[in-house]
Every structure is written in structure tokens, then in C-alpha cells.
Design a protein around this ligand. Structure first.
Ligand code: G6P
Ligand code: ZN
Length: 543
């Protein structure tokens, strides 16, 4: 193999966000953009020489070209081995598993998660560390620093090998193993869960609708749910990955997964509904005519995980991101296990999982996972639910009702205001931050504030401090509102307003969510003055 060293210069704005570097696909396709970033990933992690990496993506537009470039650059930089998903396909959880199983030096994931794909859509590159999890900030800071100093990158002159069939290939001295994307992941799921119990559930007529949203989980869900577990053919819908996700947003929420919502609210609704996102790490859970919020799902899974082989012992602890509802806190309290509150971003769970301080983790943004890998995992959450339902016998709607009766209900919703000019969003947040000190003890609308702060997090393992993670305001009685700016958008700023109202065990658990939250919604507007700052009178997306 011959490689060339190409002169280049720093490109603005290559700072990884909540989850890797995400930009418009057209930005990634500008000459040198991907190459600069990939070289910076190698340089920022001590060089690629002698190393092994997993490489794969969610199949969105530009996935294969990007993988070709990465193979050529890894070879030119002296990597010894690459493990590449067949056709360039690997879900994010599958990458995390392969990194851990084969003890590689990390992995590169091509995805912009739930953002739309296509020529006019989004693309992304994320580096995962040798523990299988998203690179922590000290690594992404180093990568970013390299993007600001870069002067050259190395790339093989030859084309990359094909990766449309499994097998062993070479580019120069680099060995490239093209692997079946599903096999190792399926084997892990078999270790964790009681497949016999789930098979019996389906054999007894239990029906599921899994919406893969034209994204990466299609092949995984088909093989595992319809294949290994015997769910009826057709249980998985939108199962073929497409480069632009069938023109939709592969985002499993009631807005974008409307097909699934239609099925689950229809006259012949199956017993269980679920969806996953572009790269397969998110999940949405539904019962007949019932939406289970990600926060409630985390609480319920924590309460019932002991029914499954992998989690039959005592959980060491649970962790949730700060804006996630406090429902799981009360479950943890009853189980006598710690509950950690971390900033938004799966990477903050990594240290807790590595140190054995948390077994289950979850986020309001449709992410749930455990210590089995170091990413959230959509299909894993579905299988955990199925295993619990198979063992418990109740249906999911009843299980949730009984749970609220026993623990109370945290009504919950998130209002997103998208594409706000960045300076206006920053002004709004600064005003909130400055006010937060004066809020405790005061009344906002009819609600009494008991606590308010700008969330910061001291990691209990490495003591690193992360500040400015969102303004949280707690009211008397356990209700709460949180304001923060998204770290995953690619255009302008997205203001997220997280609304939560607690109703105790004997209260009404079947109110309309919006009505139940209306006092908190009014308090949020009074606090943040969203209309005055942005001119917006309603949220763009409500989940
Ligand atoms: C990604 C991360 C999650 C995070 C979510 C929302 O999916 O992996 O950990 O919760 O983005 O982030 P955002 O900053 O947009 O609210
Ligand atoms: Zn995702």
C-alpha cells in the first residue's frame, strides 16, 4: 500500500457535542472535512498505529463513503485491524458490544442518531473509547484541540476493500474483518434474557409491533424478534434501513413514530409497541392505547428487572440524567439502592457503570441501558420489557397502573423550541440563571419554589466537574421544571423545557397529561419568558 500525506488546515466548528460531531451531510462532504476530523480523532487519542478499531454506522446517506475514507486513513495511520459491519451497518449498541468483546482500542460510529438523514439531512461521527462508551470530555476536548492545530492527514492511495460480504481483507498491513452486524449482539442478548420465556409468550398469542423507522434496528429486530423469539412475521415494521429513513425523522417519539402510535391506538392494537431510532440506541415503549414515558419506563424496569436472568441479583444502583423525571428515585429508595443524577449525555454514565456503582441507567430522551455495554440500547430495552412481561403475567398497561398506585405518578412532558437564534437562546438562559438564586421561597404563579439552581455535576469517580447543565426549579410537592439548551442540534439553538408534576399514590393517575401539567407549564412561561424572548407562543415538538 502507498499512502499520501495531504496538507490541510484547521476547519472551524469541529467541536464534538453531546454525542460526537454532528453537522449537515453537505458540511461533512466538503473536501477535507471528514478527513480532518478523523485524523484529529487518531491524533487526539495517541495515534492509530498498532491499534484496532470497530467501524460502522446506521446506514444513512454517506455512510459507505465515509467508512471507505476511514478504512484508508486508518491503514495509512498504521492501524493493525478494523472490525467493520457488513455493508457498513452497525447499530450503536452493537459497536459498543464489539469494542468490549474484542477489547479494541475504541470505535468510530457514523450516525446523527435520530436526526434525519439524506443529502440535505444530518451526518455525524462519534468516537467511542475502549470501554465501549462515548468518549468522555477529556478525550473529546483533546480531539477538538487537534482539529484546531491540524496541518496534514494521512490516507491510502488505494481504494478501501469492499465490505458488502463478511470475510477477512487487507489494505496494506491493516487487516479488515467484515462481520455480520447482528450475530455478536444477538449472542449477548441471549446471555442476558430468558429467550424461552419470551418464546412461550409469543407462542401463547402475545403480539408486538416494533417500528424500526427505516433505520438500523430493522435487521436486528427481524432476526431476534421474528427469528429467534418467534414473533409473527410482520411484527417488525419499516424494517429495511434506508439512506434517508424513508424521508422521516428516525426519532422514536409520539410525533415521529406516528405509524406505530396509530397501530397502538387502533381497534386491533397489539399487546406491546416499541420503536427505535436511527442508530438503534433509543427506545419508545407503548401498551394498548398507552404511552409509557421513558422516565416511567426506567422506573418500572428498575422495579421489575429482578424477574430476568441478567438482573436477578440486587442492582448496584441506578442513574438518570438530571432532566429525567424523579420517578425512578422513589423506586431506588424503596429498593435501598443509590440513585445518581448526571448531566444529559450517555457519556456521564460511563464512569458509574465502569465502577460498578450503577446497573441500570436512563434518560428522558428515550434512552435506557445497563452495564451490559456502555451505550443506551433500544432493542435491549424492548427485550427486558418482554422478559418482564413474560414472567410477571400482567399486561404493561396494568403494570404501569399498579406501579403508580404503589409509588405515585410523575406526570411528565418535554416542550422543545427549535432553531432559536443562538444569541436569543443564550440571553434567555442567562436571565434564568441569574434569577435562579433569588427564586427559593418565592411564588411563581400559584406554585412555591423550594429549590433552584444551575445544575453542575461532580463525577464521583474521577471528580471531574461539569457546570452549566441546565436550570432546575423545584416546587413544593415534588413538581419541577428544567430548562436547558440541546447539545445535539445542527442549526441554531433548541430550548428544551422539561415539565414534571408529582401526584401521590392515592391521587388521580389518569388525567390528561397536558391538563395535569398546566400549572407547571404556566410557571415555566412565567419563569423563562419564552414568548417575550423568542416570540414563540408554542413549542415545536411536544413529547
Ligand atoms: C443523545 C445522547 C443522549 C442525550 C440526547 C439529547 O441521544 O446520546 O445522551 O440525552 O442526545 O441530548 P440534547 O442535548 O439534544 O438534549
Ligand atoms: Zn441514537
Amino acid at each position: 500500500m502507498t499512502f499520501k500525506t495531504v496538507r490541510t488546515s484547521p476547519i472551524e466548528g469541529q467541536k464534538p457535542g453531546t454525542s460526537g460531531l454532528r453537522k449537515k451531510t453537505s458540511v461533512f462532504r466538503t473536501p477535507g472535512y471528514l478527513e480532518n476530523f478523523v485524523q484529529s480523532v487518531f491524533d487526539g487519542t495517541g495515534g492509530a498505529a498498532g491499534k484496532t478499531f470497530v467501524v460502522g454506522g446506521d446506514g444513512r446517506f454517506y455512510n459507505s463513503e465515509a467508512i471507505g475514507v476511514i478504512i484508508r486513513m486508518a491503514a495509512a495511520n498504521g492501524a493493525v485491524r478494523l472490525i467493520v459491519g457488513q455493508n457498513g451497518i452497525l447499530s450503536t449498541p452493537a459497536v459498543s458490544n464489539l469494542i468490549r468483546k474484542f477489547k479494541t482500542d475504541g470505535g468510530i460510529i457514523l450516525s446523527a442518531s435520530h436526526n434525519p438523514g439524506g443529502e440535505d439531512g444530518d451526518f455525524g461521527v462519534k468516537f467511542n473509547a475502549p470501554n465501549g462508551g462515548p468518549a468522555p470530555e477529556k478525550i473529546t476536548d483533546e480531539i477538538f484541540a487537534r482539529t484546531q492545530q491540524i496541518t496534514e492527514y494521512k490516507i491510502a492511495e488505494e481504494d478501501a476493500c469492499d465490505f458488502d460480504e463478511p470475510g477477512r481483507f487487507r489494505l496494506g498491513k491493516t487487516q479488515i474483518d467484515v462481520v455480520d452486524p447482528v450475530a455478536d449482539y444477538e449472542a449477548l442478548m441471549q446471555e442476558l434474557f430468558d429467550f424461552d420465556a419470551i418464546r412461550t409468550l409469543f407462542a401463547n398469542g402475545f403480539r408486538i409491533c416494533f417500528d424500526a423507522m427505516h433505520a438500523v434496528t430493522g435487521p436486528y429486530a427481524k432476526r431476534i424478534l421474528e427469528g429467534a423469539l418467534g414473533a409473527p412475521a410482520g411484527s417488525v415494521i419499516n424494517a429495511v434501513p434506508s439512506p434517508n429513513f424513508g424521508g422521516g425523522h428516525p426519532d422514536p417519539n409520539p410525533v415521529w413514530a406516528s405509524e406505530l402510535v396509530g397501530v397502538m391506538n387502533g381497534p386491533d392494537a397489539p399487546d406491546f409497541g416499541a420503536a427505535s431510532d436511527g442508530d438503534g440506541d433509543r427506545n419508545m415503549i407503548m401498551g394498548k392505547r398507552t404511552f409509557v414515558t421513558p422516565s416511567d419506563s426506567l422506573a418500572l424496569l428498575t422495579a421489575y428487572a429482578h424477574l430476568t436472568p441478567a438482573y436477578s441479583g440486587k442492582l448496584s444502583g441506578v442513574a438518570r440524567s438530571m432532566p429525567t423525571s424523579q420517578a425512578v428515585d422513589r423506586v431506588a429508595e424503596r429498593l435501598g439502592i443509590p440513585c445518581f443524577e448526571t448531566p444529559t449525555g450517555w457519556k456521564f454514565f460511563g464512569n458509574l457503570l465502569d465502577a460498578g456503582k450503577a446497573t441500570l441507567c436512563g434518560e428522558e430522551s428515550a434512552g435506557t441501558g445497563s452495564n451490559h455495554i456502555r451505550e443506551k440500547d433500544g432493542l435491549w430495552a424492548v427485550l427486558l420489557w418482554l422478559n418482564i412481561l413474560a414472567r410477571d403475567g400482567r399486561d404493561i398497561v396494568q403494570l404501569q397502573q399498579d406501579h403508580w398506585r404503589s409509588f405515585g405518578r410523575n406526570y411528565y412532558s418535554r416542550h422543545d423550541y427549535e432553531e432559536i437564534p443562538t444569541d436569543i437562546a443564550n440571553t434567555l438562559m442567562t436571565a434564568l440563571r441569574e434569577r435562579s438564586d433569588t427564586l427559593p421561597g418565592s411564588m411563581v404563579e400559584d406554585m412555591k419554589v423550594v429549590e433552584a439552581d444551575d445544575f453542575s455535576y461532580r463525577d464521583p469517580i474521577d471528580q471531574s466537574l461539569t457546570v452549566g447543565q441546565g436550570v432546575r426549579v423545584r416546587f413544593d410537592g415534588g413538581s419541577r421544571v428544567v430548562f436547558r439548551l440541546s447539545g445535539t442540534g445542527t442549526q441554531g439553538a433548541t430550548l428544551r423545557v422539561y415539565l414534571e408534576r408529582f401526584v401521590g399514590c392515592s391521587g388521580d393517575h389518569n388525567m390528561n397529561v397536558r391538563e395535569a401539567l398546566s400549572p407547571v407549564i404556566q410557571a415555566a412561561e412565567a419563569l423563562a419568558q419564552i414568548r417575550r424572548h423568542t416570540g414563540r407562543t408554542k413549542a415545536d415538538v411536544i413529547t
